[in-house]
Design a protein around this ligand. Structure first.
Ligand SMILES: Nc1ncnc2c1ncn2[C@@H]1O[C@H](COP(=O)(O)OP(=O)(O)OP(=O)(O)O)[C@@H](O)[C@H]1O
Length: 367
């Protein structure tokens, strides 16, 4: 009979493996949703004639080849959109496009997830399973957040890329796969190579064709078109009329630093459409929430702070705060339940502020 402690260890390990499998399964579910109709087709890439012109030229050069591509860019800057564009413009466009988030793979399951496993090859492997490489056969495998892949997995990935064959976990058989790999990361891979966190041979293999995606603050010329696109999309989704986008609002969007890039822009504009009930864009309030979020803004806020942006940001925050109070009081300024009481301000002082920030309380009465 086995000692009790060993049995407990095994049980715990099995439970842990099952938990990890469930987590991987959940990630796969979200992946499949992304592969479906929520995915963005290349038709809607904004900026192809603007800030993405050089990137799209690179896409056109690399797409018809079978070369690996490496997309480098900040979080939310559109790396997946570009990976998909390469796939759609390649001769593999009828094949699968599969995105795997390397950062979300539990380290114990990386091999099994990428290369598959045979039945009984490890505790919990009750069935044989094809890995993502096999599933992407004839198509493109998009390895997102490649910088998160542990060194041991990097070695095995390199081997598959070089030889075009893989072995499932627990099998001696070599399986041939025809997969084009596109990798992406927001991390500084060359620095990781220097520090030994990323293998140099894999870097050379992947970086055959690097594509550097500009951050949103480096392609301000696209802000208006992107904003218009996101406003229309939000209005359509919410079933409300499309509110107009004014010059002053475009300026306001252009002045912000966008640490979360295009994803953040989309979220801010959706919030602005919601807050303005489709009648107008409540950009002050939508951006106010963003500016009050110190975590998201911290990494780029400091070098850009100067007197002008600080004063402007403060104005935006105060104005958002006043609007928020008026939303809660349905436009009532003084008396019981009024915004003055809520803000502990003298009603005349509040009226002065509302005039200064050109806020009309009447606009909030209908809500
Ligand atoms: N050029 C573009 N035109 C329109 N929408 C875009 C464009 N680029 C990105 N988006 C949208 O912005 C959001 C973020 O894009 P995407 O997921 O491709 O960024 P990412 O760089 O891969 O992000 P992460 O680093 O988090 O993986 C998505 O909703 C995408 O549809």
């Amino acid at each position: 009979m086995r000692p009790l402690t060993v049995m407990i260890d095994n049980d715990q390990r099995l439970r842990e493996i099952q938990r990890l499998r469930a987590a991987a399964e959940a990630d796969r579910e979200s992946l499949l949703v992304r592969l479906g109709k929520t995915s963005l087709s290349s038709e809607t890439i904004i900026g192809v004639d603007g800030g993405l012109r050089a990137v799209m030229q690179r896409v056109a050069q690399v797409a018809p080849t079978n070369a690996s591509a490496l997309i480098l860019g900040e979080t939310g800057s559109g790396k997946e959109v570009i990976a998909r564009a390469i796939h759609e413009r390649s001769h593999r466009h009828d094949g699968p496009f599969i995105r795997v988030n390397c950062g979300a793979l539990p380290s114990e399951l990386i091999d099994s997830e990428l290369f598959g496993h045979e039945k009984g090859s490890f505790t919990g492997a009750s069935n044989a399973r094809r890995g993502w490489f096999e599933r992407a056969d004839g198509g493109t495998l998009f390895l997102d957040e490649i910088g998160e892949l542990p060194l041991a997995a990097q070695v095995r990935l390199l081997r598959v890329l070089q030889d075009g064959v893989l072995q499932r976990v627990g099998s001696e058989n070599q399986i041939e796969v025809d997969v084009r790999v596109i990798a992406a990361t927001h991390r500084d891979l060359p620095r990781m190579v220097q520090s030994g966190e990323f293998r140099e041979d894999l870097w050379y293999r992947l970086a055959v064709f690097p594509i550097i995606l500009p951050a949103l603050h480096e392609r301000i010329e696209d802000i208006e078109a992107l904003a218009q696109y996101f406003i229309e999309r939000a209005a359509r989704r919410l079933g409300v009329p499309t509110p107009p986008l004014h010059r002053q609002e475009i300026r306001q969007l252009s002045d912000y630093s966008w640490p979360g890039n295009i994803r953040e822009l989309g979220a801010v504009l959706e919030r602005a459409v919601i807050l303005g009930h489709g009648r107008y864009l409540d950009l002050d309030a939508a951006l106010g929430v963003q500016l009050l979020n110190p975590v998201k803004n911290s990494h780029r806020a400091s070098p850009e702070i100067n007197e002008k942006t600080t004063v402007e940001s403060l104005d935006i925050i105060i104005s958002a705060h006043l609007k928020h109070a008026l939303t809660q009081t349905y436009g009532k300024v003084d008396g019981p339940g009024g915004a003055a009481k809520l803000l502990s301000l003298n009603p005349n002082t509040l009226r002065g502020k509302l005039r200064r920030y050109r806020i009309d309380p009447a606009k909030y009465r209908h809500r």
